[in-house]
Design a protein around this ligand. Structure first.
Ligand SMILES: *Cc1c(COP(=O)(O)O)cnc(C)c1O
Length: 414
């Protein structure tokens, strides 16, 4: 039964979608029938071309061509070749981005890289609200070396923590819980004034907003490719290092892929002079192929248009939630200029509501303790998705069905 209260919402969605410059991009994705997918901030949808690319790589390059594919199919250079394709999305130049391993591992490498640029300093500054793995990796670095210290920002004033002892500042560009955008320009500038090196974690911004790493003089960055870049489950992550630092950077995972001459089989390690020095060992080629399909979708698109649509989707969602679901308290920034591509809300019973939504085909996610989080991909979500999703959320809340026993049990992955 259509809810008459939502007729204006659907009309507005229709108008917004009909003038959406990116409306045809969704055709390039596999979008499961009957599902409104608002979880691209955790795992992006599959680009249709990924299936063909993975099949080609498996059937031809692996099954038939076997080891010759390292050269013939360009396997060996994928980390840097694909890094160059990703580079313009984050305002980097060719030769400054390499794709490999996981974000967590790449944070470890980047932290060491930053420390190697400031050997006389001993403090790493990070945010308490950071995505936890970032902090866990700082702990790992502290455990592996004596004399280092972590300072955690807990009161919103990161600038005060950065001083003449600070070697590295590690920050999330967009807060995974709130969607708040952190100001790259002012923090990077301040850190540089204090002589520190900055690492930006772009996991929640790469692929949904313009990022200008070189314009803002950023030193180092990391990010994943399976969220807004739609690279597939567990697709490899990236490291960015500004060209001016490449010669001086060291990273501790000194595997043969980062060696200047991996096939010389020298006894001693000697790092590559360029961005390859961030590599460690053999990479997951099938995952690389899938990820490339995700990157290819972006090539002809304007990042400005992507950002405009992202703000429109999240803004429309907030507007409808506030009108139709007053029991939910939105805590993502109201100012779209401050907001990433997600909207988070508090509700006691958030876990059960998310489960009830999944049963109705609306996929968002739950974060501790009582957070409902919805991510909006400007590439494949529409304003109609937003209106339909809020109509279902409102129905679940008003009917009280979320209180049912079957929505209360938690799985291992939430
Ligand atoms: C998703 C995310 C990660 C993920 O790390 P993995 O090693 O890929 O599991 C790290 N940091 C942030 C800020 C994230 O949002």
């Amino acid at each position: 039964m259509p809810n008459p209260d939502f007729s204006t919402a659907h009309t507005k969605a229709h108008t917004l979608d009909s003038t959406d410059l990116l409306r045809h991009v969704a055709e390039q994705f596999v979008l499961p029938e009957g599902i409104i997918y608002l979880d691209g901030n955790s795992l992006g949808c599959m680009p249709k071309s990924a299936m063909a690319d993975i099949t080609q790589t498996a059937q031809q390059e692996w099954a038939n061509d076997l080891i010759t594919s390292w050269n013939k199919a360009g396997w060996f250079d994928m980390p840097t070749d694909y890094g160059d394709i990703l580079a313009p999305l984050i305002g980097a130049d060719a030769g400054e981005v390499v794709i490999s391993d996981t974000t967590s591992l790449n944070i470890y490498k980047a932290l060491y890289a930053g420390l190697s640029l400031r050997p006389e300093r001993h403090v790493i500054v990070a945010e308490a609200s950071s995505f936890p793995t970032d902090l866990y990796m700082v702990e790992g670095v502290l455990a592996s070396r004596s004399g280092l210290e972590m300072r955690l920002e807990e009161d919103g004033n990161i600038l005060e923590l950065i001083d003449a002892n600070t070697a590295v500042v590690l920050l999330n560009h967009v807060d995974y819980r709130t969607g708040q955008i952190c100001d790259v320009v002012s923090i990077t500038e301040h850190a540089h004034k204090m002589g520190a090196v900055v690492i930006w974690d772009l996991c929640h911004s790469a692929g949904n907003m313009p990022i200008d790493l070189n314009k803002h003089n950023v030193d180092l960055a990391v990010g994943c490719t399976y969220k807004y870049l739609n690279g597939g489950p567990g697709s490899p992550a990236f490291n960015f290092a500004a060209k001016r630092h490449l010669a001086d950077i060291q990273q501790p995972l000194s595997g043969w892929w980062g060696h200047a001459k991996p096939f010389a089989f020298d006894t001693g390690y000697s790092a590559d002079a360029g961005i390859r020095k961030f590599l460690c060992g053999t990479q997951p080629i099938l995952s690389f192929r899938a990820m490339k399909a995700g990157l290819d979708v972006f090539t002809p698109l304007s990042v400005t248009a992507i950002r405009a649509k992202s703000m429109s989707l999240t803004g429309f969602f907030i507007e409808l939630v506030e009108r139709h679901c007053p029991q939910l308290s939105v805590f993502s920034p109201r100012d779209s200029a401050q907001r990433g591509s997600q909207v988070s809300m508090n509700f006691e019973g958030a876990y059960a509501v998310i489960q009830a939504l999944i049963e109705r085909g609306v996929i968002g996610d739950f974060r501790m303790p009582d957070v409902m989080r919805f991510g909006f991909s400007p590439l494949y979500n529409s304003h109609a998705d937003v209106a339909n999703a809020v109509e279902i959320i409102a129905d679940i809340l008003h009917s009280g069905i979320w209180r049912n026993e079957r929505f209360q049990t938690r799985g291992a992955v939430t």
